[in-house]
Each structure stands twice: as C-alpha cells, then as structure tokens.
Design a protein around this ligand. Structure first.
Ligand code: URA
Length: 306
C-alpha cells in the first residue's frame, strides 16, 4: 500500500505528471458466461433482445459519435446491417442484431457498462481537470463519450488506491450510493501512530459524530492488525466525506496510506493497479446483491460518498 503524501488537512498535492502515462489502462475482457437479465445497464456485453432504436441514438449512446454527427457516419457507410450500409440516421436497428457492424465491428457494450477499476494513486474521481489527472482519463475514449456517461460509484480520494466501481446505469449508481443501503466497504488503513485499543469499540458504537456532522457515523468495524498497531482494516456501510481519515483523526491518528480492498462482496480479485474489468450482470448480483434497506430512516447530510 503506497503511503499518502497528503492528508485531509494538508493542501492538495499535484500528482506526478506521469501518473496517466504510468497507468495506461488495461481493459480486461468480460469473463465468459455473462448474460444480462432484464432491462437496465450494467452486466458486460451480453446479448439479449431489446427494442429497436434509431441509429443516431445508438451511435451516441454507445459513444461512437454525437447524435448530430450520425448523419455523416451513416452517409459514409460506417454502419451496416446484413453487410449493407444503413441509409438513414433515423432508421431503427436492434443493437443486438448479430449482423450489425459499426466501422466493421459489432457494437460494444450495448447493454451498458459496469466495471471495476483498481484505482492508482494520483488520480481524482472528478470530471474537473483542474483537480488533476482523473480516473476518467484512464478509460477508453469511447467509454468517456457514452451517453449516459460512465460515472464512478462514489469517490475515492486522490491518494487512495483500490477498488473503484464505474457504471453508466443510473439506477445502480443510486442504489449503491444511497445512504439507505448498507453496502459494506472495506478499507485497509495505515496511520502515523498506534491505533488506540478502544477505537474498535468507539467505531462500533454508532455514537461517533465527526466534526461538522449532525448525525453520528453508522456502526463500523475496525479490526486492528495483531502485528502492527498502526494498521487496521475498517469496514464502513456509508461514505461520508473523507470518512476514514476523519474517523482516524477522531482517535488521534493521521492516515498515511489508504486502500479500498472490497465493495460489497466484490474484491479486486487479482486486478492489477491501473486495470479495469467490465462486470457481468451475474457478478454484480453475486458480489453486490440487491442491497439491504437500513431499518432506520437516514436523510443524509449531503456528505455521502463525496
Ligand atoms: N475515506 C477517506 O477518508 N478517503 C477515501 O478515499 C475513502 C474513504
């Protein structure tokens, strides 16, 4: 786990300019056997029936070109069905048609993209390039042009490494970031001083209210490393702004390295830093599940998953 150069209170650090060059994303192919069930995004590139849609909408949805450019694409014969050029941008086609080709290839990820990235340090989870190199810069160009776009599910800090989900499925994004859902996220943390022995009980109590918050943190599990008192594994079921760093601050420790090792039942499963893998619908259901509604009502305070 790489050490953090900055903490919550420190001034933002400009990432090494080479971070994007160092992490040229390797897109790991979708695993075999991933057929999507029902409507909605996510779930890799499985084929199933869906409704015919206008070619201009399809091209824009999948990130090939803007809707306004579709006429030119069609005019240039770049979209073919059964080997014949599609003549009109408003013609309706079935994205899953086995004979549909765009620039000679079957269209990509017609049912949406939900992917897991092993986020490297030095990239922000933001579209604002003034904040520094972005995880979006690591994605294939076509993914970035999709409409609706691929977004991170919550955010990790610039220096945090580990498991980051991305999806173009708005309903899934909402489900996974809703404060009413209890999706467990595990963070491996290294701090600058020994973690107090009573920290696990405090975190588990559900009584710790962070500075500036009106509601206490939900009960969290801190497992202290038996060999190194400066290391622990913290499981959260929510995502307040800089939550791990602020919780550690509350017990007198500064986080010097942070890595998210799991999200729901999903782990990085051998994914190397800088790699991304598209998930199948089965993997999503198996690893994230339908999500449990919290028993109590939680309005949230606008700080969820910054
Ligand atoms: N908590 C933090 O403080 N930072 C992260 O990146 C994620 C959780």
């Amino acid at each position: 786990m790489a050490m953090l150069a900055s903490t919550t209170s420190a001034a933002p650090r400009t990432a090494a300019p080479s971070v994007l060059a160092r992490h040229r994303l390797r897109v790991v192919p979708v695993r075999a056997g991933g057929k999507k069930k029902g409507k909605g995004g996510g779930g890799g590139d499985a084929s199933s029936s869906s409704s015919p849609e206008r070619v201009d909408r399809l091209l824009s949805r999948l990130g090939y070109c803007a809707r306004g450019e579709a006429k030119r694409w069609v005019g240039a014969g770049r979209v073919t069905l059964d080997g014949e050029p599609v003549r009109r941008a408003d013609a309706k086609v079935l994205a899953s048609s086995p004979s549909l080709r765009i620039d000679g290839e079957a269209p990509e990820f017609i049912h949406g993209i939900t992917a897991v990235m092993h986020k490297p340090a030095g990239c922000v989870c933001s579209h604002d390039n003034r904040e520094g190199p972005s995880v979006y810069d690591l994605l294939p160009e076509r993914w970035r042009s999709r409409n609706p776009g691929v977004e991170t599910v919550g955010r990790l800090d610039k220096d945090t490494t580990g498991l980051l989900l991305l999806t173009d499925d708005g309903a899934l994004l909402h489900r996974l970031t809703s404060p009413k859902k209890k999706v467990a996220k595990v963070y491996e943390v290294i701090v600058d001083a020994d973690l107090p022995l009573d920290a696990p009980a405090l975190f588990a109590s559900g009584t710790l209210t962070l500075t500036g918050e009106s509601k206490p943190c939900r009960p969290a599990t801190l497992a202290l490393d038996t060999n190194d008192k400066r290391r622990g594994s913290l499981t959260l079921v929510e995502g307040k702004y800089h939550q791990v760093k602020r919780m550690c601050n509350a017990v007198g420790c500064e986080v010097i390295a942070l890595h998210r090792s799991s999200f729901g039942r999903m782990t990085l499963d051998g994914l190397a830093e800088g790699e991304v893998r598209v998930l199948t619908r089965e993997e999503l259901e198996r690893w994230i599940g339908p999500g449990e509604d919290a028993e109590d009502e939680e309005g949230g305070d606008g700080l969820e998953e910054r």
